[in-house]
Design a binder for this molecule. Structure first.
Ligand code: SME
Length: 165
């Protein structure tokens, strides 16, 4: 059984532990669906002050809903649309301190107030995004971004993507 030390505050020192937990969580497993599913659940239950964590996967030029935790969400997001599509179009992480100030934000859960979207890259190409929503304004900053990018990098490099499409 995998045991989680759940934290509900925003102490940055939880990230080294979260990264270590990820190593144990996916150790010996390379299946992409299993690893994305477990890491969405892992982040949802450890980050604190989040209401949605999940992956959108790039398929034929569109982001399609993948493994997630939280309320049911919109299924397809065109590249360039919403926060997720913007992260793909601009090929970089997008930090949104207040979703109501982000023109084109796609509201899936009315509770969401801030959001971070991190591109998922395999061999230099974007294959999807990790989207994390919070019911608090300004929940994420550059330090969250740096750690979450590390998280995604570890996940991608320890997962087999050969049967992804
Ligand atoms: N807010 C996202 C859509 C996905 S949901 O937050 C789960 C966006 O604007 O792309």
């Amino acid at each position: 059984m995998f045991s989680l030390e759940i934290t509900t505050d925003n102490r940055k020192n939880q990230y080294p532990l979260i990264l270590k937990q990820l190593q144990h969580l996916i150790e010996g497993e390379t299946d992409w669906l299993a690893n994305l599913s477990n890491s969405a659940a892992h982040l949802f239950h450890t980050l604190g002050r989040v209401n949605w964590v999940g992956f959108y996967l790039l398929k034929q030029g569109q982001l399609v809903l993948g493994p997630f935790q939280g309320k049911p969400a919109c299924v397809r997001i065109p590249v360039g649309k919403g926060v997720c599509g913007t992260a793909v179009a601009e090929n970089e992480t997008v930090l949104v301190p207040d979703v109501h100030q982000f023109s084109g934000h796609i509201a899936c859960d009315s509770e969401t107030k801030s959001e971070i979207v991190i591109p998922v890259r395999f061999q230099g190409e974007i294959i999807g995004v990790l989207d994390i929503d919070s019911p608090e304004l300004e929940r994420f900053d550059e330090e969250d971004q740096a750690y979450l990018e590390q998280y995604v990098e570890y996940l991608v490099s320890h997962t087999n993507w050969s049967r992804f499409h």
